[in-house]
Design a binder for this molecule. Structure first.
Ligand SMILES: [Fe+2]
Length: 228
């Protein structure tokens, strides 16, 4: 019996099994280049296309001093809400989601809306939620995704080497079905950033991501947001 189901569920371990099989799906059955004695029909115009690209937009805040003035405001909010929100965060504090409607953050929000409208898609955007994360040593975020269309983060205080990077999960999750060989061929992997202060990113809200543990003594401070 042959078929895709057999090809996935059955391991080909011996040469006998290989000879008797017509499944054609095992890595064992591929010929190495050295074994190819015949190149077959001639062909031309081989091209590698790249469909289904996942865009990530990255920028640097120029007004670092103005941005840094938000840090004591965040600690004030933390003092008023010591429990914070419990979402994907572990060992860390997450602020209420309403920072975007507080006047102190207007310039910050306007920067985000400007980037979305001018740099990404020329239509009005709206911020539907914005919150801060203060991660002390040991804090991070488990895998999660956001609501909205565009989401992102700006890092206000971070140590590039120690504070914990932002990692995006490869959304082509089905590519993992083709095993290590396929994952190598298709470049299946988590990718991300070890951010610097003043760096911002936007990404599709549906893109799963996580934040690695802060290994620095100083708090890692970021502001995240959702736009529609
Ligand atoms: Fe997030």
């Amino acid at each position: 019996m042959s078929g895709i189901k057999d090809g996935i569920s059955r391991a080909l371990t011996s040469s006998d099994e290989r000879d008797n099989s017509s499944m054609g799906l095992s890595e064992d059955q591929f010929l190495s280049i050295g074994e190819l004695s015949n190149t077959g029909m001639n062909y031309h115009d081989v091209l590698t296309e790249a469909f289904y690209i996942t865009p990530i937009w990255k920028w640097m805040v120029s007004d670092i001093d103005e941005m840094k003035k938000l840090i004591p405001i965040l600690y004030e909010i933390k003092k008023e809400n010591p429990e914070g929100n419990s979402r994907s965060n572990f060992g860390s504090w997450q602020s209420p989601d309403d920072l975007h409607i507080r006047p102190e953050f207007k310039n910050f929000v306007d920067m985000l809306l400007n980037i979305a409208e001018v740099q990404i898609q020329n239509q009005p955007w709206q911020c539907i939620g914005m919150w801060a994360g203060i991660n002390p040593k040991g804090g991070g975020n488990n895998v999660h995704l956001h609501e909205g269309v565009l989401s992102g983060t700006v890092w206000l205080q971070v140590n590039t080497d120690l504070s914990g990077g932002l990692a995006f999960c490869d959304p082509r999750i089905r590519s993992k079905m083709s095993g290590q060989r396929g994952m190598t061929l298709f470049g299946t992997n988590n990718k991300g950033y070890h951010p610097v202060e003043g760096m911002g990113v936007m990404f599709p809200s549906w893109l799963e991501h996580f934040v690695m543990e802060n290994k620095n003594e100083e708090d890692r401070i970021s502001i995240s947001f959702n736009l529609i």
